[in-house]
Structure formats: C-alpha cells, structure tokens
Design a protein around this ligand. Structure first.
Ligand SMILES: *[C@@H]1O[C@H](CO)[C@@H](O)[C@H](O)[C@H]1NC(C)=O
Ligand SMILES: *[C@@H]1O[C@H](CO)[C@@H](O)[C@H](O)[C@H]1NC(C)=O
Ligand SMILES: *[C@@H]1O[C@H](CO)[C@@H](O)[C@H](O)[C@H]1NC(C)=O
Ligand SMILES: *[C@@H]1O[C@H](CO)[C@@H](O)[C@H](O)[C@H]1NC(C)=O
Ligand SMILES: *[C@@H]1O[C@H](CO)[C@@H](O)[C@H](O)[C@H]1NC(C)=O
Ligand SMILES: *[C@@H]1O[C@H](CO)[C@@H](O)[C@H](O)[C@H]1NC(C)=O
Ligand SMILES: *[C@@H]1O[C@H](CO)[C@@H](O)[C@H](O)[C@H]1NC(C)=O
Ligand SMILES: *[C@@H]1O[C@H](CO)[C@@H](O)[C@H](O)[C@H]1NC(C)=O
Length: 836
C-alpha cells in the first residue's frame, strides 16, 4: 500500500513513463545449489517432545527447519533490505509444550557496524510466519561467541515463560506472554564480563549470557519450573541457578574456575546431572584449553570428566549432547582441534570413559572410526590438497545434537556444513559411524560476484570463505570449488569480451598467487604471474582482448598488468573506484581509453558521491551503465557524457544486463535499485523507462546494498542474485519453464552496434572522482557485512609461527611466517599450517 501510494505520487510528478514504475512481475526463485551449507552453523536444536522437529541457525543467513528426508527449509527468506539484520540469528528456542511455537533472537552486530536494536521473532507455525518484538538493545548473530548457547529457552512446564540472555552487559530477560513483551530479570545480576580482545569494538563487546537450561525434573505442568541453570560468559564464576522459578539466583558452589568460559550446559534428566563444556575462548575460532565437567545436582558435586587432561589438551570444548533415550550416554566435541583434525568423543558411562572419532595409531598413522560421505557436497574436500592431514570432521563445532527420539540420528554443525548420520549406535557396537554432509537446502554463503561467461557454464560464482565455483548445473552441488590456485574468499571475476573463454579471478590466499586466469571459460586455471602472494585481491576487469588486467587491489589500490608483467600502480585512478572493461574495445577501461595507462575524470554523474557498479553492454562498444547513490546513469559514448534515468530511480546497487526478450532488443537490466522510494530487486526492459519489482514478500534477499546480481545474455529471464548469507538464487518469470540446467550458448554478436557509440570516442575519458570515495566506503560496507562467515582474515601480526603451527585462516590474527624449511600450507578457509 505504501508502495502504491508512493508510486501514485511519482506518477504525478514525473512523465508518463513512471506510471508503470510501481509494477511488479512474479518471478520463480530457487537456490543455485552449492549444497552443504557453506558456512558456520552455530546452533542445532531438536524439539524434545515432537519427534523429527529440529532447527538450525546460521550466523548471517537466517534459520532452517529440518524435513523428514534430511533436507532443510529456510525460514527467513522474507527478510529484505528494511530488516536485513534479522538474518543474524544469535539464539533459537523451540517450545516443548506447543510445538508450533518457535523463537529466534535476531540482529547482526552489537557494535557500530549495525545501527539497529535486535528483536525476538516468534512464530506459532514452526517458522512459516513471524511476529516481531524489538528489544531495547542490540543482538549479535555474527558476533564473537555466537556458537555458545542456547541463550533463549522456553519453560517446559509453563510455556508462556521465555528467557533470553543478552550480550553487552544487558543481562537476563524474561517474557511471560510467549515472547510478546520482555523485562529485565534484575535479580540476576551477572551479565558476563568476558570479551575476546580490547583491540576492536567487534572483539571487545561482552559476549554476555551463555545459555539457559531448565531442570525439567523439577516442578509440574502449569507453573514455572523451579530449577533453572544459567551459564554466563565469564572467566570467573559462570554457572548460576534458581530454585524458585527465577525469583532468586545464586552461583552453583564448587564450580571449577580455571579462567575458562562455559559454552554449553545440557541437562541429563535421568541422571539428575548438568554437563558443561568449557573453553579458554568464546569461539568460534579459538580455544586451546578447557574442560568438560558434570555437576551432580543431588550431591552438589562437580567432577572433571574431560576426555583429555588439563595438562595435555590443546583445545577447549564446545558441542555437547546427551542421548535422552540412553541415560549415561553423551557426546562432546573439541571447539576447535586444528591439527590433525577436529575431534569428538562419546561416552556410555556418564563421562567416566570416552571413545574418540579418530585416534593416533603411531604417528603419523591415524585410525578413523568413521566413513566419510560428502556425496551431497563433494566440494567440501579440495581433492588437490597436499596437506598431510585433511580436515574432515570439521572445525568450530559448537552445535552437536543427538535426536531425542532416535539414538541413531545425530547432527553437528561445523564452520562449513552440517554433518550427521542415522547409524550413530554403530559407534558403540563396532566403533565406526558415518559422517555425512546433511545440509541439503541450507545455502548460507556470502556471494561477492557472479558472472555468466558467454559460451561457458551457466554461472561462475565468487563466494566468501569457500572460494567460488563453476556451476555446470544450477541444481547440482559442484564437485569442486575453484582450485589451482585455491582461494579462501574469492573477490571478483571478469571475462574478456572479444575472447570470452578468457576469465580472470582474484581471491585471498597466504600460499598462492592471488590472481588467476583461465582460457577455457573458467574450467581450469593458472596463477597469473604478474601477481604475487601479496597482490591483494579486489575488483577486477579484463580487457576485451585478454591482454591487460586492471585490479583494485585491497593492499595496493589500482594496479594494472599487461602480458603478465608485474602489476604497477595507476596514480591517476582513485583507490576504491568502480572499474570495468569495455567488452568490445580492447583499449578501453572505465574510465580510461589507453588500456589503463591514464585515467581522467571527464564526466560527473549528477550529484552522486559514489558509483556502486559499472556494467558494460556485452556487444556495443562504449555503451555503459553506472549505478550510484543518487540513481542510474547511461552513456553510449564511452562515458563522455551520461544521462540520468529519471523514472523514479533514486539509488542503485549491484545490477546486470541479461538477454532481451527479442533478438534485436536491448538487454534487460536487473538489479537492486530504489525506485519510487522502494528499495528492492527490479528489472527494466526498456533501458530504464519502466520498472517492475521482481523480488517479493517471500524472497526479500536481505540487504540490497550487499547483494550481487548476474544475468545471462543467452537466456531471456535468467537472473542471479548472490546474497550476503543466503547463498545464490536464480530466477525466471513465473509461468516460464523453470530454468533448470540449460547450458549457456554463445553470446549474440552484433556487428553493426559499434558504430552507434564510436562517434564521440575522442572525449571518452571519464572518471568520477566521487565514485572513488564512495567506492571505498561501499566496499567496506560489503566487507563488514561479509564479516559474517568470514571476518577479516588478514593477519597483521608479526613474528614467526611454529612447526605445525597455524599461519593463516579466517579470523586468525597470529604470525603468518613459517620457520625456515617449513611452508605455510592451506588446509581450509579457517586454517593454514606450517608443514614440511
Ligand atoms: C520488506 O519487508 C518489510 C517487513 O516485512 C515489509 O513491510 C516491506 O513491505 C518489504 N519491502 C518490500 C519492498 O517488499
Ligand atoms: C538488566 O539487568 C542487569 C542486571 O541487573 C543490568 O546490569 C543491566 O544493565 C540491565 N539492562 C538493561 C538494559 O536494563
Ligand atoms: C588482540 O588483537 C590484536 C590485534 O589483532 C593483537 O595484536 C593482540 O595480540 C590480541 N591480543 C590478544 C590477547 O589476543
Ligand atoms: C549423584 O550423587 C548422588 C548422591 O551422592 C548419588 O546417589 C548418585 O548416584 C549420583 N549420580 C550419578 C549419576 O552419579
Ligand atoms: C590449561 O589450563 C590449566 C589451568 O590454568 C593449566 O593448569 C594447564 O597447564 C593448561 N594446559 C595447557 C596444556 O597449557
Ligand atoms: C571405518 O569404516 C570406514 C569405511 O568402511 C573405513 O575406511 C575405516 O577404516 C573404518 N575404521 C576402522 C578403524 O576400521
Ligand atoms: C577432483 O575432482 C574433480 C571433480 O570431481 C575431478 O575431475 C578431478 O579429477 C579430481 N582430481 C583429483 C586430483 O582427484
Ligand atoms: C576504441 O576506443 C579508442 C579510444 O576511445 C578509440 O580511439 C578507438 O577508435 C576505439 N576502437 C574501436 C574499434 O572503436
């Protein structure tokens, strides 16, 4: 309604062209299947009373519900630019009484990266629809310690009562009306003082309350459960309890205090025991020491049951689960055991003895007590890795859950996927279980760039943390991420317009040249020898004839290389400026006409202060579009002059040109724009005269400014949206055949088109100085939100790591240099290691 009325205002104020500006067109959307999740899963929660009901949460990509076929259904795809931070889910609670009820604590950051307060989302239909209550403080789904939990819990005897434990010193909060209104539990005065590191606002915010665990054996249905345990992220006293339904609270005497913080607190009701995992860091990347303790509620005795002794551990503990069907059976996981692989254990005697998922059989031999099945996401292993020990069990294991109704069914979350199986009892019988990637339907990657190469695969993607892919089939998980070289985060891709089999890719690596080229549409790659380990990835543009690469290096600013010469700086181009290459004229970059030797500002784009993206017509030389903070601009003369699109477009973010509906037509433009004050995904088929919104109430795509858009010049209607945490989508107009696995055909060629725009080429030097300034801020906005799964991985530390020590990885801040004779070797996005 708001949308229609603003459109009406606009129709009166602008020319007739905008009458249709408020139109929308129904599109059908599906995830491009990467499979396997592709990011951190901080929480997995089974409902304790309804068999088969379980949920998983992601740190920047919403929440999911488990289906009976082991796949997952996303629950927050309605989130759009207006409430983008609701994709950060810091806690989840499923109601054990009314099993339709589900609660999420949402918000992305508690520091200045996110200006908005957090919310409790509540559903009565297992997450299909939501109501929202804003809290008087921020919630940090992508903050440190996000795998600790769950800090949201429903009273099992009086399900109108819901508790939430805040971050940032805001304490414990309680609702007595099913999460509609909330009040501070002022009698609970321990807010959690622990934080990771005072060096930044991101790491210095107190993690707050850790978890809330009701003792279901106390009290009775209809009145508040008397005994409640609350863990607090504090290196001193950290486990507290109430015996009177939350009126008064006290420390649980005898709790061990080693300076560790409690990650998970799980009740074994049949044993009257509370189990707690501790680590000397809040996670998800750290932990080098810790314990597992059990607290006998009857006797009040704490017992250290750690699988590895304090003296010899090099990891803390995270994931913890008890088998409700088998009293005395429980499992724990190291929070991170980076070498040789993540480890977890199972006990059938209340933690007195443990059996591990793998064990040394005389170094360097390992016995693996599992079979490994990544058929649903083969890319989880880089099969070109030369690491001596391959990470398979995972890392960042905070979420570990045994199905409360099925002792054979277990799931656990890692930094990259969800693993589990239906044969867990084999652990006890033959000590050999299946570890299978069971994250089908979870797509939580952050996409940084999408490219459809004429004549190539349906899509190439650049994604955070797990590199990026050649998608030969949009509905099938790719077999391998881009490799040789392998990048943790791939920043950008481009192709050479006249010889499109030539593709360039840039990304982060501590062991490989950070820029690579392919001459077979992105199927195979070689390091680009003009680059180095310190080139610095960034936005990249390939000249039309594939002889020159322009790179907006994250470390050196704008640099250029021709014929694999070493990259050299371009003083005339502002750092952070949006860049692009002409797709026909091999000497033109935007905005340079001498193959990037000099860049000159010759046009200003209205009152814009930032150019967000430049897109170039694939076959018409000199025909370019630029989205800015004040709207969309078009030039047909190599950027000499620009025309602002006046049909109500007041801002533009990522966009792309796709196939026209007729062979002679101008390409369709798809992108995130603000049209008639509505910020959403739009398309225009007539060069910006008329617009139709193609996102909808069920597909909001999160933050418009963080998304990337791609389109296919060979298939009308085919558009791609890369989100910041919900993977990649592809869409087509509803009613048309759902685009499945069509292989792109060659681009249309146009021989007559160049003349249209070549006339004014002498004055074609253009650059928007303004764009550079905003370009920088816009890219940092993206980086901030991408921090999501990734966080900055560039280590600024000096010094030398140790033999077998860590030397790189997402979130790692230690030394990146190895001792003489040792090589820093990529293991996974979170871990590179000094090996011989
Ligand atoms: C974005 O989501 C909000 C909240 O659900 C909704 O009110 C608004 O209409 C949506 N905006 C668009 C453009 O769909
Ligand atoms: C809530 O209560 C705690 C403990 O009493 C207090 O430290 C905190 O400041 C309160 N928070 C708010 C937002 O009132
Ligand atoms: C805190 O972070 C800074 C900057 O990354 C680092 O130099 C320092 O060693 C860290 N301190 C601790 C105690 O980890
Ligand atoms: C807890 O302590 C009580 C009292 O000492 C004892 O009877 C009980 O067996 C203990 N429970 C477990 C699971 O060891
Ligand atoms: C772990 O911490 C404990 C308590 O501070 C300490 O005694 C022990 O030596 C530490 N373990 C290692 C391997 O450093
Ligand atoms: C467990 O089973 C897998 C798959 O059959 C096998 O590779 C592995 O060696 C077995 N582990 C042991 C310790 O026998
Ligand atoms: C890696 O996997 C890809 C895709 O399945 C396959 O084509 C390639 O041969 C494999 N490489 C190695 C070294 O196993
Ligand atoms: C390419 O652009 C340059 C610089 O504007 C111009 O001199 C040249 O004529 C163009 N080439 C073609 C084939 O249009």
């Amino acid at each position: 309604m708001h949308f229609l009325s603003s459109a009406a205002v606009l129709a009166a104020g602008f020319l007739s062209a905008s009458v249709d500006a408020a139109a929308s067109q129904a599109f059908t959307w599906k995830n491009v299947r990467i499979g396997g999740g592709g990011g951190f899963i901080p929480g997995i929660v089974f409902n304790p009373t309804l068999k088969g009901l379980a949920y998983a949460r992601a740190d920047i990509g919403g929440a999911y519900r488990l289906n009976s076929d082991d796949s997952w259904t996303p629950l927050l795809d309605s989130v759009n630019s207006s409430n983008w931070h609701n994709w950060g889910v810091d806690a989840l609670a499923t109601d054990p009484v009314d099993t339709g009820r589900l609660y999420l604590a949402v918000g992305m950051y508690t520091n200045e990266w996110d200006p908005n307060v957090g919310s409790i989302l509540r559903s009565t239909d297992q997450g299909n629809t939501w109501a929202e209550t804003k809290l008087p403080f921020k919630v940090g789904g992508n903050m440190p310690g996000r795998g600790i939990g769950e800090r949201l819990a429903v009273d099992p005897h009086s399900n109108n009562i819901v508790y939430f434990g805040a971050r940032s010193g805001h304490g414990l909060w309680k609702s007595t009306d099913y999460g509609v209104t909330w009040n501070n539990v002022t009698a609970f005065k321990w807010t959690g003082t622990y934080f990771q590191n005072a060096s930044s606002s991101y790491t210095s915010d107190p993690v707050g309350i850790a978890w809330i665990t009701f003792d279901t054996t106390t009290g009775s249905s209809g009145s508040a459960t008397p005994r409640i345990f609350v863990g607090v992220v504090d290196a001193g006293q950290s486990v507290f309890k109430s015996e009177d339904g939350g009126v008064t609270w006290a420390w649980v005497a005898g709790e061990p205090q080693y300076g560790f913080v409690p990650h998970r607190g799980v009740l074994a009701p049949a044993d009257n025991t509370l189990y707690v995992t501790y680590a000397n860091g809040e996670g998800p990347y750290d932990g080098t020491n810790g314990t597992v303790h059990k607290y006998n509620i009857t006797s009040g005795v704490w017992t250290d049951i750690s699988p590895t002794s304090l003296a010899s551990t090099y990891y803390g503990y995270g994931g913890l689960s008890v088998d409700l069907q088998k009293p005395g059976t429980l499992m724990v996981a190291a929070l991170n055991c980076w070498w040789p692989d993540e480890i977890m254990w199972r006990s059938t005697d209340h933690g007195t003895t443990w059996s591990p998922i793998w064990a040394w059989d005389g170094y360097p031999t390992l016995d693996f007590y599992y079979s490994y099945d990544i058929s649903l996401a083969p890319w989880l292993q880089d099969n070109t890795s030369t690491a001596q020990f391959i990470s398979r069990v995972g890392w960042m294991v905070e979420a570990l859950s045994i199905d409360p109704f099925d002792s054979n069914h277990w799931l656990y979350g890692t930094g990259a996927t969800i693993y589990g199986s239906h044969d867990l009892l084999n652990w006890d019988s033959e000590h050999n279980v299946t570890i299978k990637s069971l994250a089908q339907g979870i797509e939580e990657t952050a996409a940084l760039s999408l490219l459809v190469v004429p004549g190539g695969a349906p899509l190439l993607s650049a994604v955070g943390d797990i590199g990026g892919f050649l998608h030969s089939n949009l509905d099938t998980a790719p077999a391998q991420a881009f490799h040789t070289p392998t990048y943790g985060t791939t920043h950008d891709l481009d192709y050479a317009g006249n010889v499109p089999a030539n593709v360039v890719r840039t990304g982060e690596s501590s062991t490989a040249i950070q820029i690579a080229t392919s001459s077979d549409h992105g199927v195979t790659w070689n390091p680009y020898y003009g680059g180095s380990l310190s080139t610095g990835p960034g936005k990249v543009a390939y000249s039309a004839d594939a002889d020159t690469i322009l790179l907006m290096s994250s470390t050196a600013g704008p640099v250029i290389s021709k014929y694999t010469a070493t990259f050299s700086a371009i003083p005339t181009l502002p750092s952070g400026a949006a860049i692009a290459s002409d797709k026909r004229n091999g000497t033109v970059f935007y905005l340079s006409t001498d193959t990037g030797v000099t860049f000159t500002k010759t046009a200003t784009l209205g009152s814009s202060t930032v150019v967000n993206q430049i897109r170039v017509h694939p076959t018409l030389a000199g025909d370019i579009w630029a989205s800015t903070d004040v709207g969309l601009f078009h030039s047909t003369n190599y950027g000499s002059t620009f025309t602002q699109i006046s049909s109500g477009v007041s801002a533009g973010y990522s966009f792309a040109l796709g196939a026209a509906s007729t062979t002679s037509g101008y390409p369709v433009i798809y992108g995130f724009f603000t049209v008639d004050t509505v910020t959403a995904l739009f398309k225009t088929e007539d060069q910006g005269l008329n617009w139709a919104m193609i996102s909808d109430a069920a597909h909001g795509f999160g933050a418009s400014s963080a998304n990337v858009v791609g389109a296919d010049m060979a298939t009308y209607g085919r558009v791609f949206v890369g989100t910041n945490g919900r993977g990649i989508f592809y869409g087509a107009p509803s009613g048309s055949l759902p685009p499945v696995t069509v292989t792109a055909t060659s681009t249309k060629t146009s021989s007559s088109s160049v003349a249209t725009s070549s006339g004014t080429s002498t004055s074609s030097k253009v650059s928007t100085t303004s764009s550079s300034v905003v370009g920088t801020s816009s890219s940092s906005t993206k980086a901030t939100s991408t921090t999501a799964t990734s966080t900055t991985s560039a280590s600024t530390a000096t010094g030398t790591s140790t033999a077998y020590g860590q030397c790189g990885g997402t979130g790692y801040t230690g030394p990146t240099i190895c001792p003489a004779g040792w090589t820093c070797t990529y293991s996974n996005a979170y871990y590179s290691q000094c090996l011989q």
